[in-house]
Ligand binder design. Structure first.
Ligand code: FMN
Length: 348
């Protein structure tokens, strides 16, 4: 996950907050609480999704984006990106593509696989996706988006949602038009990452766009972008009136954020994880990766080590120990050794 935040103060800082709603409805589904784990390719696989679910406080989890073409053509794509377990419900599958008929077929398959919702990605800024007119590449072609919306809507009964950016660039902002189109075509909710495609992950998310979309439609609006701490979620709700909040990067470095939002909403304060909690978290996640026989588990462990070890005293030494390990078992041993030594050395 190279897409880190810039160092500037979040727009949310020092603003009023409002409670994050206890639930929201998407079609016939009630999702509680009104918090969503953002789809993140390379991160929100089945292990990470269940890990977040088990920690509590997250109302909806989503798969990584999956190529509609790829999943129809190749069983391995379905196995890799769309495999999920019973305890992941409610779960949404996110698709990308540009051909209405292909997307409709893929959505039908998503429904048959047992997903509770299907989501269309109109936000991915990656060049290889945009080049084929997928992801945010479609933001410049509302008529084609309309055709996709209608065909997918006709293909499935499960709730159908869309996640999009505000527009291609500051001169081509389409978020309210797009949300209205979604509503007119029978979609059940919209999620806005409040940046343009040109912004990538830089600058600030401009929550004003979420407020405009909320004013424009009656279907639920899920706000996304730069929620870094529990109080930011309340600030986004206060500033935009959104029905639910979606969190991406912060969940990878602080998987407790959903539970903390629930605590913050209930009592205006939240628990901070202790060193022992962090140790437990790292062990649990690593064990889950190994049990799943996830391809490239050691690589994932190293990737997550860089996020999970922030907040751990002398975390850089732990990161180094993990990076230098050669196998899953060695990584686990190094983690145990680090915390054993660390705890023994720590003052009572
Ligand atoms: C590593 C990474 C992978 C992402 N993959 C996806 C994806 O597959 N589908 C999608 O709609 N958005 C994807 N996003 C965007 C996030 O879902 C989210 O919109 C964005 O990170 C802003 O939210 P945040 O500030 O809470 O992180 C990705 C973001 C990151 C950092």
């Amino acid at each position: 996950m190279q897409k880190r935040w810039e160092n500037s103060v979040p727009e949310a800082a020092a603003r009023a907050t409002a409670p994050v709603p206890a639930s929201f409805r998407v079609g016939a589904l009630t999702l509680a609480p009104a918090t969503v784990l953002a789809p993140m390719s390379g991160i929100t696989d089945t292990v990470f999704r269940r890990f977040i679910r088990n920690l509590g406080g997250c109302g909806l989890i989503m798969t990584e984006f999956t190529s509609a073409d790829g999943m129809l053509r190749d069983q391995r794509v379905r196995g890799r990106y769309l495999h999920f377990y019973d305890d992941e419900h409610p779960i949404s599958a996110q698709l990308f593509g540009r051909d209405p008929a292909v997307l409709a077929d893929a959505a039908r398959m998503v429904e048959d696989l047992g997903f509770d919702l299907v989501d269309l990605n109109l936000g991915c800024p990656a060049k290889k996706v945009v080049k084929c007119n997928g992801g945010s590449g479609l933001l410049r072609n509302l008529p084609l988006i309309g055709r996709i919306f209608r065909q997918v809507r006709a293909a499935v009964k499960i709730p159908f949602t869309v996640k999009f950016r505000a527009g291609w660039n500051d001169n081509e902002i389409v978020c309210t038009d797009l949300a209205r189109l979604a509503e007119a075509c029978g979609l059940n909710a919209v999620a806005l990452h409040a940046r343009t495609r040109e912004q990538g992950y830089g600058g600030q998310a401009r929550w004003g766009w979420i407020a405009e979309v909320k004013q424009a439609v009656r279907i639920p609006v899920i706000g996304n972008g730069d929620i870094r701490a529990p109080q930011d979620a309340g600030a986004m709700v206060a500033q935009t009136g959104c029905d639910a909040v979606m969190i991406g990067r912060a969940a990878a470095s602080n998987p407790w954020i959903f539970r903390q939002i629930a605590q913050w909403t209930a009592r205006g304060a939240c628990d901070q994880p202790s060193e022992a909690d962090r140790y437990q978290m790292i062990r649990t996640y690593f064990h889950m990766l190994i049990e799943e026989e996830m391809p490239g588990a050691p690589g994932k462990m190293k990737q997550f080590a860089s996020w999970f070890t922030h907040g751990v005293r002398n975390g850089s030494a732990l990161r180094k120990a993990i990076y230098e390990s050669h196998s899953e078992r060695e990584i686990l041993e190094r983690v145990d050794q680090f915390f054993a030594a660390h705890h023994a050395a720590a003052p009572a």
